[in-house]
Design a protein around this ligand. Structure first.
Ligand code: BDR
Ligand code: CA
Length: 306
């Protein structure tokens, strides 16, 4: 089977860690490069976390560090959700620093995309700063990208503001550049993440699933994306689930605008299902997910990790 080449742009992040585990141990995906961006915590922490995860799994995937802050505004992180280091709760091995390439994430993405014979799928599960810089500096990559499958935005309400989701609202200018780019795009937003839940009995099962399951169990005890007892939200795994199991989702081709000006709605995704804005669709928006099937898929996917 020809594996689908992907680049994951991430800010690990507890839910990022699980999404990346599933991608790295799947038979369908070929993770060519992992890029990091400031988001859940600082660029230094998320890059270290990524290198620790790769050491933990024994996977030699190149990592390139990218933007240390959003395009315009200072970073307001999510350490309240993921802990001060971004992956609180587990004693990881030292980061595998040899995997850190010298290039900036944007240049590394450009090189990997241009060198690839197959069009690359970009999977951003973090603020969109690196992807916006890539499209602005190297617009020629757009023709070589199969699609962008991202976790971000919301077709309903928010988690950073009343209507805005963290990955989009952390860097709304970047999100606008990406959503307006013309590149085929899939949005797995916050509201599908709210239904992609892992319950205590699932976490208990994961404890017996090898070292990744055990690590996840420890991180989950600290993760504040939902609650351990009533269900933890696996936001970033939704983007990977879309790639590996799209039948879990109900999707609709829709025009999505990014609000930049709103004094209370800045950074929200206007999912124009009723066509008020009279624009052509630019995004395949995931409007629903089968939560029970997701749970089953997630546990099976984690059981395939070491
Ligand atoms: C997104 O924000 C981050 O905290 C998570 O890792 C996820 O990517 C959810 O809004
Ligand atoms: Ca993330």
């Amino acid at each position: 089977m020809i594996k689908r080449p992907v680049i994951i742009d991430t800010d690990p992040g507890i839910d990022d860690a699980l999404a990346i585990a599933i991608a790295l141990f799947s038979e369908e995906l070929d993770v060519k490069l992992i890029t990091t961006v400031a988001g859940n915590v600082s660029l230094a922490h998320v890059t270290d976390n990524m290198l620790k995860l790769l050491q933990f799994w024994g996977k030699d995937i190149p990592v390139a560090a990218g933007a240390a802050k959003p395009l315009i505004e200072p970073l307001v992180d999510a350490s309240n959700v993921h802990g001060v280091t971004g992956m609180e709760g587990y004693e990881f091995p030292e980061p595998k620093r040899e995997l850190l390439v010298k290039e900036h994430a944007v240049n590394a993405m450009y090189r990997v995309i241009m060198e690839s014979e197959e069009p690359i799928t970009l999977v951003p599960i973090a603020p969109l700063t690196n992807i916006a810089l890539l499209f602005s500096m190297y617009p020629e990559v757009k023709g070589k990208i199969k699609e962008v499958v991202l976790m971000g935005g919301s077709a309903s309400r928010g988690n950073k503001g009343v209507m805005s989701e963290f990955n989009v609202a952390t860097d709304p200018e970047a999100a606008k550049i990406v959503f307006d780019s013309g590149v085929p795009m899939v949005m797995a937003g916050l509201d599908v993440g709210w239904k992609a839940l892992v319950y205590p009995e699932d976490s208990e099962k994961m404890l017996g699933m090898g070292k990744t399951g055990e690590m996840a169990y420890c991180l989950f005890k600290k993760y504040r994306g939902g609650s351990f007892s009533t269900g933890l939200k696996m936001y970033d795994s939704c983007a990977i689930a879309y790639l590996l199991c799209p039948e879990l989702f109900t999707v609709e081709d829709t025009y999505v605008a990014i609000e930049l000006a709103g004094s209370m709605t800045r950074g929200c995704t206007l999912v124009d299902l009723k066509h008020y804005l009279k624009q052509d669709a630019n995004v395949k928006v995931c409007l629903d997910i089968d939560g029970e099937k997701f749970r089953k898929w997630f546990l099976e996917a984690v059981s395939r990790c070491i």
